[in-house]
Design a protein around this ligand. Structure first.
Ligand code: PLP
Length: 479
């Protein structure tokens, strides 16, 4: 067994390039064995050594009803006996047809067509291309060739979705390669660029209004992550913000794209985040939770108005020339159908409110910790922003790796959560129990306290850390 783990570890370090990972750190520092996941059941992942971890980020925001959910397992197996894949170009199949009907039944009013793809970035890419082509094919053709997005936005990693991305860390290096996008300020109230909480006059909305008034004739669509900018660190929008954005877009005849890739399928406490403010997008992007975390699938939902602009004679070439090899993969569609059936059968959405309240109560117990700046939550999505100084809100430097350290300590404590900058991100599966939520928060509290003690109270924090490392006990804490 030890040999087996060693060979996996060395082959991983030798052959694999991990996403969003500084490979120098991974190869030099990280003990890979605790990161080799072997199996999963319910809300837990197990590494190759048999150690059990609560999946506190739903395997990157996808798992909804837990791992190894028998209904989804069964649906995928049944589909496997029929056909694993068949192209969706010029052919169709039952799981995709039934799933489209289900999605339209669940989606906000006005969305009537489903265009499939296979990940969140492509779902956004498709929405952008649809919006762009729509304006060219409207009877009164309009030259709307740019997009409006928000600072701190994250919509994926392909070039189109990066073009509307507003996170400098991920996006700025690619700017010369990207199409031009106008960015409005992010509604990041904790670090408000207009004077901050207590002095809010919705200036960030005012900026959107100003941009739209000045430029709407060239803006094809505004794209937003509804209610929360997830990847930027769970930046929750103030109440009413999204509704105001919708109204402004309507007033200027600018299309509204809501990217529900992260927020869709119950994460915010409702099936879709737009429901919190009764917002009706023209295009809506879905992925991640769509298959309950089983297989890659995405969908871009469009209004009938947009769909109709693409109809015409063959030789008019109004066709939407876009499609991926694995578009509407039948196994993934079967998983998605089973996933949606579980929502109905187990009344999942109705069961979320007590868990959401419990998470809120538990999170509030972290509020007094000396390095906790702000705690943000919507539904079962939460972010804990760590700060060097609570009063000035001074940020930790990247080299401090504060959130990375705390997440590593949590992993030793049997909880997998992820850092986003200086923010600890929690997004447990919808099937998480109250007891598991309490355990998760207790583990985070211990990790923060311990890190604080080591860094600030012991003389020479870094040395203290190293001492811990040599004793073995803190080995995971320091990585
Ligand atoms: C809001 C949003 N859009 C798009 C994406 C990209 O999805 P994917 O990683 O499946 O391409 C993400 C991923 O985190 C996301 O949070």
């Amino acid at each position: 067994m030890a040999d087996y783990m060693e060979s996996l570890t060395s082959d991983d370090k030798k052959y694999v390039w991990h996403p969003f990972t500084q490979m120098a750190d991974w190869v030099n520092d990280d003990p890979v064995a605790p990161c080799i996941i072997d199996r999963a059941r319910g809300n837990y992942l197990y590494d190759v050594r048999g150690k059990k971890y609560l999946d506190g980020v739903s395997s990157l925001w996808v798992t909804l009803h837990g791992h190894g959910k028998k209904e989804i397992d069964r649906a995928v197996r049944a589909q496997l006996k029929k056909v694993a894949h068949s192209t969706f170009l010029g052919l169709t199949h039952e799981p995709a047809i039934r799933l489209a009907r289900e999605l339209i039944g669940l989606a906000p009013a006005g969305l009537s067509r489903v265009f499939y793809s296979d990940n969140g970035s492509t779902a956004v890419e498709i929405a952008l291309k649809m919006a762009y082509q729509y304006w060219q094919q409207k009877p009164a053709r309009e030259n709307r060739t740019t997009f409006l997005s928000l600072k701190n936005a994250y919509h994926g990693d392909t070039i189109g979705s990066v073009s509307v991305g507003g996170m400098d860390l991920f996006h700025v290096k690619f700017r010369p390669l990207l199409f031009k996008t106008i960015f409005a300020p992010s509604p990041y109230c904790y670090r408000c660029s207009f004077g901050g909480p207590g002095r809010c006059a919705s200036q960030c909305v005012g900026e959107v209004e100003r941009i739209l008034a000045a430029h709407h004739k060239k803006i094809a669509a505004m794209v937003v992550e509804p209610m929360v900018q997830g990847a930027a660190g769970m930046l929750t929008m103030p109440p009413g913000y999204l509704k105001k954005i919708e109204k402004l877009c309507r007033a200027c005849d600018v299309l509204l794209i809501c990217d529900e890739v992260a927020t869709g399928f119950g994460r915010t406490g409702k099936m879709f985040a737009v429901e919190h403010e009764n917002v009706r997008p023209d295009l809506m992007c879905l992925a991640k939770g769509i298959t309950g975390g089983y297989l890659p699938l995405a969908a871009t939902l469009a209004s009938e108005k947009i769909y109709r602009a693409f109809l015409g004679k063959h030789e008019e070439f109004k066709t939407f020339f876009h499609g991926h090899t694995y578009t509407a993969n039948p196994l993934a569609c079967a998983a998605a159908l089973a996933n949606l059936a579980i929502f109905k059968k187990e009344k999942v959405i109705a069961g979320l409110a007590p868990k959401v309240r419990h998470l809120k109560n538990e999170l509030s117990s972290l509020g007094a910790l000396p390095i906790v700046g702000e705690i943000r939550q919507i539904g079962l999505m939460a972010g804990i922003e760590l700060v060097k100084d609570r009063k000035s809100r001074a940020e930790f430097a990247a080299k401090d790796k504060i959130a990375i350290r705390i997440c590593a300590a949590c992993r030793s404590g049997g909880i997998i959560i992820r850092p986003l900058g200086n923010v600890l991100v929690l997004m447990p599966p919808l099937s998480v129990t109250k007891a598991e939520i309490s355990k998760m928060i207790a583990t985070i509290r211990n990790a923060i306290n311990r890190d604080f003690d080591l860094t600030f109270l012991l003389p020479g924090g870094e040395k203290a850390r190293m001492r811990g490392k040599s004793s073995g006990e803190e080995a995971d804490l320091v990585k």
